[in-house]
Design a protein around this ligand. Structure first.
Ligand code: PHE
Length: 338
């Protein structure tokens, strides 16, 4: 009987050692250790063993079970190591890894951050307003008559119900004056929308930076000095700046500001970067009647406002001739700036 168990053990260990994959190993385990396996049927023979032989028989069974279990464990480990080796076969672990591209700031973000930094040093605080605006904030409160071309459906994106995508950030001037009292000195960067055809200098969505300064005795010279200083801080002390008389419904007098763009090997040319002017007293009167107080009484305060094109500033900063790549997200273009 005990010899029989020894031969089961030998057979099992040999079978296990011969297994060359997980499946045949599992089959061997079931065959020898399973409920209906060889060892189980051998232990069933215990009842036929003479009483004095039972301890020896039991010991032989235990020894066989331990030996088989041990052989299974060893073989499982062996097969695992083989499988691991196989899964990395052909992979050259000494190869350098694929390069991870580092992220960078978008050129418009770089320009916006720099502009904000310079203007904050000059005492301007950040303000903002919604991109979906009322006609009141975008036009009426800015002294823009109903028949003004900017209000035309061909030029402006209207929603049902009369709201619109703001055509300029000047609406933030109104929202700021509704909720603050002079002195007011704010800047508001943000998107503006117009139904322009896409070309090298126009996009239907572009970026502006609005400025408003209202106090006692704010003068045209303050506006000119501030913006000249700003543009030279942005682009260098030798930057040439020109103020051209213009018309805006909400400023009087009004100007457009040009900066001379110099690209190596090219004829320098003036690029328009901003509109500006002294806040029209009609705007203060309208705000005053809206507020119902005298905080913005045009008899006692004056102010200036400006609206710069951030995309234009980026074009000047880096000599970018076409505005379109600024929204196309082509990393070959963008990675030049970060
Ligand atoms: N809102 C004007 C535009 O978009 C620019 C501007 C802002 C002009 C403030 C004067 C004062 O063209």
């Amino acid at each position: 009987m005990t010899d029989n168990i020894q031969s089961i053990q030998n057979e099992a260990v040999a079978g296990i050692n011969a297994a060359n994959d997980e499946r045949s190993l599992e089959e061997a385990r079931v065959a020898f250790l399973g409920k209906k396996g060889t060892l189980a049927s051998a232990s069933a023979g215990m009842k036929d063993v003479a009483k004095e032989d039972k301890p020896a028989f039991g010991a032989a069974l235990n020894k066989a079970r331990n030996a088989i279990t041990q052989a299974l464990e060893t073989k499982t480990k062996e097969l695992q190591i083989l499988a691991d080796k196989k899964s990395v076969a052909g992979i050259d672990l000494t190869l350098p890894p694929r390069e991870l591209a580092a992220g960078g700031l978008h050129p418009l973000t770089i320009i916006k951050d720099r502009a904000i930094q310079i203007l904050r040093r000059m005492g301007f605080a950040l303000a903002d307003g919604p991109e979906i605006e009322t006609e009141y904030h975008c036009f009426d409160a800015l002294n823009t008559p109903h028949d003004h071309p900017a209000r035309n459906e061909k030029d402006t994106f209207y929603f049902d119900g009369g709201k619109l995508l703001r055509t300029h950030t000047s609406s933030v001037q109104i929202r700021t004056m509704e909720n603050n009292t002079p002195p007011v000195r704010i800047i508001a960067p943000g998107s503006a929308y117009r139904r322009d055809d896409v070309d090298a200098t126009h996009l239907p969505v572009f970026n502006q930076l609005e400025g408003l300064y209202v106090d006692q005795d704010v003068k045209l010279g303050d506006l000119k000095g501030t913006l000249e200083y700003f543009l030279q801080a942005m682009f260098g002390d030798d930057t040439e700046v020109r103020f051209r008389p213009h018309f805006f419904p909400f400023t009087e007098p009004s100007f457009e500001i040009d900066v001379k763009l110099k690209i190596d090997g090219q004829e320098p040319k003036w690029i328009e970067v901003a509109g500006c002017g002294m806040v029209d007293p009609a705007v203060f009167s309208s705000i005053s009647s809206q507020r119902g107080d005298q905080a913005f009484n045009p008899e006692s305060i004056t102010g200036y406002a400006f609206g710069m094109g951030l995309d234009r500033l980026a074009m000047i900063q880096w000599g970018i001739k076409d505005i379109r790549p600024l929204i196309e997200n082509d990393t070959r273009f963008l990675q030049q700036f970060s």
